[in-house]
Design a binder for this molecule. Structure first.
Ligand SMILES: NC(=O)c1ccc[n+]([C@@H]2O[C@H](COP(=O)([O-])OP(=O)(O)OC[C@H]3O[C@@H](n4cnc5c(N)ncnc54)[C@H](OP(=O)(O)O)[C@@H]3O)[C@@H](O)[C@H]2O)c1
Length: 278
């Protein structure tokens, strides 16, 4: 039986730390667990700002790596740089992108970028960090940030939903392969979170103010608990858990139809707001 993780003074890598859930996870890990952090994303200025604030407020050490993780060479560079002067104990692969709209309207480039970021980059990072963590024999862990959209198909986010279904199945299958080994792997699957992602996709307008959107801070607390206790799969928030549980009881076609109706309405609202003058 693997022991719960102990983050204090250990190095944890967080991808997508420049905003949203990744940033909230980094703040929680530093403020409540005294973890040292390796912060990764494309926007270096945001990472540097976070690094200074965490070091100043919580007396932890932080490093930043600016990297576009849709490029496989950058995943290899992130791995090399992250293990250069410190021992990595935890890896949180949180960076991800989405879109909101009809699949047929999406340009091919966007689909390739989504697959490269949400799927290929994750598999490559796992391929590099898993043997490293196993060798270190200190019961480290990897957490993959997936989504409820990886458990239930979501129309108008078809490719995103598919990418998260890949991550969920991949992670859960891999977790079972790691039974008896010193390393654990957690799949963390949030529902809606109030972040840049939900705002820029236009999804937030429909769900703003409703209890369907979790705050990144609350979601981060649950993410860390799930990783700490080495859960195989964790869905934060009782509403999301109820949704996933309910989905097991209802016919799949009905679920997809209901999700489609809700998202179709949200898409119409997004279009109207884009049409109406300021
Ligand atoms: N928001 C939701 O409703 C929701 C629901 C379920 C699951 N999730 C998942 O939660 C994770 C975090 O999303 P969020 O809601 O916190 O969104 P967010 O605020 O948009 O954050 C996404 C993070 O990923 C980074 N990122 C995106 N593309 C990247 C790339 N090519 N290379 C490196 N970093 C990249 C972004 O940083 P830079 O732009 O600086 O690179 C940013 O830090 C994602 O995996 C998402 O799928 C979100």
């Amino acid at each position: 039986m693997k022991k719960p993780m102990q983050f204090s003074h250990r190095w944890i890598l967080v991808t997508g730390a420049s905003s949203g859930l990744g940033k909230a996870i980094a703040i929680q890990l530093a403020s409540k667990h005294q973890a040292n952090l390796i912060l990764v994303a494309r926007r270096l200025e945001k990472l540097e700002e976070l690094k200074h604030s965490l070091e100043e407020n919580y007396s932890v050490q932080c490093k930043t790596i600016a990297a576009d993780l849709s490029d496989i060479n950058n995943i290899e560079r992130m791995f090399r740089e992250s293990i250069q002067n410190q021992e990595v104990y935890g890896v949180i692969l949180n960076a991800g992108i989405t879109y909101f709209g009809e699949h047929q309207q999406q340009p091919w480039d966007k689909f390739e970028q989504l697959l490269a970021t949400n799927v290929r980059g994750i598999v490559k990072a796992v391929e590099l960090y898993l043997p490293y963590l196993s060798e270190k024999s200190q019961e480290g862990s990897i957490m993959l940030v997936s989504s409820v959209a990886g458990l239930l198909p979501v129309p108008y986010q078809a490719a995103y939903s598919g990418s998260k279904a890949f991550i969920t199945h991949y992670g859960l299958a891999l977790n079972e392969e790691l039974r008896g080994e010193n390393v654990s792997l957690t799949v963390f699957s949030p529902g809606g979170i109030a972040t840049e992602m939900t705002h820029s996709s236009g999804l937030a307008a429909q769900f703003e103010g409703s209890s369907l959107l979790q705050s990144p801070e609350q979601c981060a607390i649950e993410a860390i608990k799930a990783m700490e206790s080495r859960q195989a799969l964790y869905v934060p928030g009782w509403i999301n858990r109820l949704q996933v549980f309910g989905a097991r009881l209802l016919p799949r076609s009905l679920l997809i139809f209901s999700a489609g109706s809700i998202y179709r309405k949200a898409l119409a609202a997004k279009r109207n707001s884009q049409k109406s003058p300021e």
